[in-house]
Design a protein around this ligand. Structure first.
Ligand SMILES: [Zn+2]
Length: 384
């Protein structure tokens, strides 16, 4: 057994830790590009903190999930405005956009040169510009991952810009920033976080460090996701979910994911559906199919024991079976009003294209067992 573990250079976690953003930014430069979601009013406090610390800023709002053009335009703006650092405040979209802009600000050429699958697949030559990530959802864990997921509308596909150089300089995780997330966002992003704890735990190459993170993260998400959904200002539940998201990000960046994310990349490129909502709709069906396939073809596989362990953490019952874990996830998704994929326009006819595109995804290859085309079709049809 051997492994490597890498994460953001600094991780600061806690209520009101976001108030340190100005001082931290000042360590990196005097002019920042501030990447936010569509609601720029949300960033006013951050602009104030920056200016108090003599850091001037240029805003770059990103509405919706980032595309290749989002990154091109953001990097061009940062160059034109002579920005030396990037600060992202928002959900996974703002974080992924900022992370990719920081990479392109410090590397030559076009973003397409570096993209896997649809682009040149070149490796980044050097470190990104300094990047501070401040998540407002819990979430994608993007503050500690080394990739940005970017849409290419032209290819109807989502692909990653990926490099160890892309790890944030500072991950500034303030659970209070998630208090205002509406219930539907709390639900879908929270189930993404849960997926990002379950998939690395049962994936092909887990390691003891990611295991520890997944176990603790699952325990917290299990007790707090429903509470955060029902009571947005419950400090304890929001704190648990912010940690679950952070741990999920660390785990996926250092172990791997699975079929939920393999499909989610393909579906997200084809339909306007938020990443969290796609994962939420797929999770119970993938768990069920994986369990069946493992029992049929690889009954001694360690992932079976891991699914059982996950079920015990999720249900809180010491004797829970893996199937009870699946039932618990299904029940949770129903309780959080997670819509099926059909709501986003996906129909049966789209299934073969999703399977074809999903097959090229790294996440699909990390699934504990290779699923047959028939098993994949069944998962997708059940999630519609
Ligand atoms: Zn995800």
């Amino acid at each position: 057994m051997g492994f490597e573990f890498a994460t953001a250079r600094r991780v600061l976690f806690g209520p009101r830790v976001s108030l340190r953003a100005g001082g931290l930014a000042r360590e990196f430069g005097r002019r920042a590009l501030v990447v936010t979601g569509g609601d720029t009013a949300r960033a006013q406090f951050l602009l104030g903190l920056l200016s108090e610390n003599e850091v001037s800023s240029v805003g770059y709002p990103v509405a919706g999930e980032p595309s290749i053009d989002t990154v091109r335009q953001g990097a061009a703006l940062a160059r034109r405005e002579d920005c030396r650092l990037i600060v992202s405040l928002g959900g996974g979209s703002a974080l992924d956009a900022g992370k990719a802009i920081a990479a392109m600000l410090a590397n030559p050429g076009d973003v397409l040169d570096y993209l896997e699958v649809i682009g040149g697949g070149k490796t980044l030559a050097g470190p990104s510009a300094p990047f501070i990530a401040m998540p407002t959802t819990a979430g994608t864990g993007s503050e500690v991952t080394r990739n940005s997921v970017l849409a290419s509308p032209e290819h109807r596909q989502k692909v990653s810009l990926r490099s160890p150089f892309m790890l944030a300089g500072v991950a500034l995780v303030d659970p209070e920033l998630t208090w205002s997330a509406p219930p539907a966002i709390t639900a879908s992003t929270g189930l993404d976080a849960l997926t990002q704890l379950i998939e690395p735990y049962v994936c092909r190459q887990p390691n003891p460090m990611t295991d520890a993170l997944c176990v603790e993260g699952m325990r917290r998400a299990a007790r707090s996701l429903r509470v955060a959904f029902e009571e947005g200002r419950n400090a304890g539940a929001r704190e648990d979910m912010a940690l679950a998201s952070l741990f999920g990000g660390m785990a996926l960046a250092n172990a791997g994911l699975g079929a939920v994310h393999g499909f989610a990349g393909a579906i997200g490129g084809m339909f306007h559906a938020p990443h969290g909502a796609i994962c939420a709709a797929l999770l119970p069906h993938v768990m069920e199919a994986n369990l069946r396939a493992l029992r049929q073809r690889e009954p001694r596989h360690d992932a079976l024991r891991r699914y059982e362990e996950a079920a015990r953490l999720l249900t809180g019952k010491a004797a829970a079976s893996a199937d009870e874990g699946v039932a618990w996830v299904r029940h949770l998704a129903r309780g959080l009003s997670i819509p099926p994929l059909g709501v986003f326009g996906m129909i049966r006819r789209d299934v073969p294209e999703v399977i074809k595109k999903g097959a090229t995804a790294g996440s699909m290859k990390a699934n504990p067992i290779a699923l047959t085309a028939e098993e994949q079709r069944e998962i997708l049809e059940r999630a519609l």
